[in-house]
Design a binder for this molecule. Sequence first.
Ligand code: AKB
Length: 317
Amino acid sequence: MKNILVLGAAGQIGSELVPYLRNIYGDSHVVATYNRTPLPKEVMEAGPSTQINATDANSMNEVVKKFNIDTIFNLVAVLSAKGEANPPLSWKVNMETTFNCLEIMKDAKGAVFTPSSIGAFGPTTPKDHTPQDTIMRPTTIYGISKVAGELLGDYYYLKYGVDTRGLRYPGIISNVTMPGGGTTDYAVEIYYAAVKEKKYRCNLPAGTFLDMMYMPDALRSAVELMEADPAKLIHRNCFNVTAMSFDPEIIAAEIRKHIPDFVLEYEVDPVKKAIADSWPNSMDDSAARNEWGWEPEYDLEKMTKDMIEKVSAKLKK
Ligand code: AKB
């Protein structure tokens, strides 16, 4: 990876991935792009950036040529809950962006990282220790676009030799940019609410187990996969990766170790509940561990300590 384009650099993952990549590959080698939401000032100032609509192939191609891009991190997506509110928008944004990245990197002979998700699984998938290769019949438009993206990635690799790679991310927990439109967003909001008000109203019911990961592990996993020896990759698009699995009661109990009077209440959102119920409780990520050495650093305890420190410091400013 010499010259990298990050699509969706203003989002939850993008806003942290850009500085992470710049630290490794050099500020001038990582181009941050955004569409409607402006980039954080630090990201704009530290290296190249530009505004593009990723569904417009011509404008993406111009940027790729201008900066001599050889690798795209394709982080543009309408997430699961927002997708259910507007399926045509979700399909257009998720699929056209992925297709443009693949077509453009086919011509540029480059690489594409596209995250998939636990959302690529569905109600008929085995729920516990969900295998790498298993039934994938998602029932959300987001999940359908993620499965299609995985298959397109495989297709472009097999047919054209594009170096496509991807991870099935679980819910990502972070403290720089809030997530938006996802089903797992509660696991970020709960920390902010705990620090601010010592109280949180959760939109998923007790007993809803989902895979999760802390942002430092999410960033490292993306780079480790992109740097992995291609000869060892059997799966490419897309590896199950996880760091922990919990339900709202378990994360609340961990938060109470730091904020003993934290109160968790419920106001269940039926759309989010239905989505979460169709996803795995916990994935088996042994293919990622075996093929490129994936190993998470943060468990729930270590992540909660760090989240509470960082969110407290942020809210004091
Ligand atoms: C969502 O909840 O939609 C995302 C995801 C798990 O892909 N965070």
